[in-house]
Design a protein around this ligand. Structure first.
Ligand code: UT7
Length: 322
């Protein structure tokens, strides 16, 4: 049996920080509202010209260092992102070029905030079937590029950053289970309407920004994260009490607390970074994972549950023996 283990983690946050107090000066909002409704205190914003691949490379370099591998060992690159550098080629191919790797498959996964768990699912399947031995998986987002800074209902929620993991084939577990789902009937509830084939009208600039029915997304996220946790644990013979760390997508502290409650988990066993990073979509889980690995909370041998939910709707989970 070939398993997939996480050999190294890395993350990157842009230098520029925008606090709630900064936003109070430019829109009709308050630090109190943002903290109470979302748990967010600040977010990092990419510098002018700083791209999804730039941030992904910075995170990947740290993950490669922790794993102790050579760049040339990497034989699969997957980037989860909704804010790629270009329409094409994929950000994964741009990362591949910047790393100086030639020939291995490199592609993006567009599953919005679930992009990282989707990428883990795919990489795990490829490693288990001997299609790859050492995979670089990145979640990277420059959401500030699709944020309408005049719209207080969305502008306060999002941030930029990247997280990465090196996955390696192993005789020891590893990734124990992955589940990914989507339901396109909810596609209109959270979207950036501008597109390519649907005909982007540059005059209607608002189409290039995030549009969200926050209440509807909130309700669905809470319900769905409960069911994905049950599916993941029950289907693989684990109990709630077996989980050492929940590493959830970081959209809203209230959603994270609801997810923890459904698992009977104390918040002491939940990695929370939404206060510092805001919602970084596909980057949020690997950013949170790397934070808790590097500060020593997450230890080898512990059982981790990743849970994600996002536009599409898409959702998914990963159960990992770290
Ligand atoms: O990562 C992908 C998945 N995304 C999510 O999971 C996000 C899910 N949704 C949410 O997290 C929450 O719905 C929000 C944080 C977006 C909004 O929180 P809410 O408790 O659902 O607030 P609301 O939309 O019901 O708005 C309540 C009030 C409204 O005013 P009225 O109509 O009651 O007078 C809003 O206009 O708060 C107002 N409001 C604000 N006030 C100050 C909305 N945004 C702001 C703001 N500052 N930034």
């Amino acid at each position: 049996m070939i398993y997939t283990r996480i050999a190294g983690t890395g993350s990157y946050l842009p230098e520029k920080v925008v606090t709630n107090a900064d936003l109070e000066k430019t829109m009709d909002t308050s630090d109190e509202w943002i903290r109470e409704r979302t748990g967010i205190n600040k977010r990092h914003i990419a510098a002018e010209g700083e791209t999804c691949s730039d941030m992904g490379i910075a995170a990947a370099t740290k993950a490669i260092g922790m794993a102790g591998i050579e760049v040339t060992d990497i034989d699969l690159i997957i980037v989860g992102t909704t804010t790629p550098d270009k329409v094409f080629p994929s950000t994964a191919c741009i990362v591949q070029r910047k790393l100086g790797i030639h020939g291995c498959p490199a592609f993006d996964v567009q599953a919005a905030c679930s992009g990282f768990v989707y990428a883990l699912d795919l990489a795990n399947r490829m490693i288990q079937t001997a299609g790859a031995t050492t995979a670089l998986i990145i979640g990277s987002e420059a959401l500030s590029r699709v944020t309408n800074w005049q719209d207080r209902t969305t502008a306060v929620l999002f941030g930029d950053g990247a997280g990465a993991v090196i996955l390696q084939a192993s005789k020891e577990p590893g990734i124990l289970a992955t589940h990914i789902h989507s339901d396109g009937q909810y596609a209109d509830l959270l979207e950036v309407p501008a597109g390519i084939s649907s005909g982007y009208d540059a005059v209607r600039a608002e189409e290039a920004y995030i549009h969200m029915n926050g209440n509807a997304v909130f309700r669905r996220a809470v319900a769905t994260l409960g069911s994905i946790a049950r599916e993941t644990l029950d289907g693989h013979g684990f109990n709630k009490s077996d989980i050492d760390w929940l590493v959830p997508h970081q959209a809203n502290l209230r959603i994270i607390k609801a997810a923890a409650k459904k698992l009977d988990l104390s918040m002491d066993n939940v990695v929370v970074t939404v206060d510092e990073h805001a919602n970084t979509s596909a980057a949020s889980i690997p950013l949170a994972l790397d934070t808790a690995v590097r500060d020593g909370r997450i230890q080898r041998g512990q059982l981790l549950l990743f849970e994600a939910f996002g536009a599409g709707f898409t959702w998914g989970s990963t159960l990992v023996r770290y």
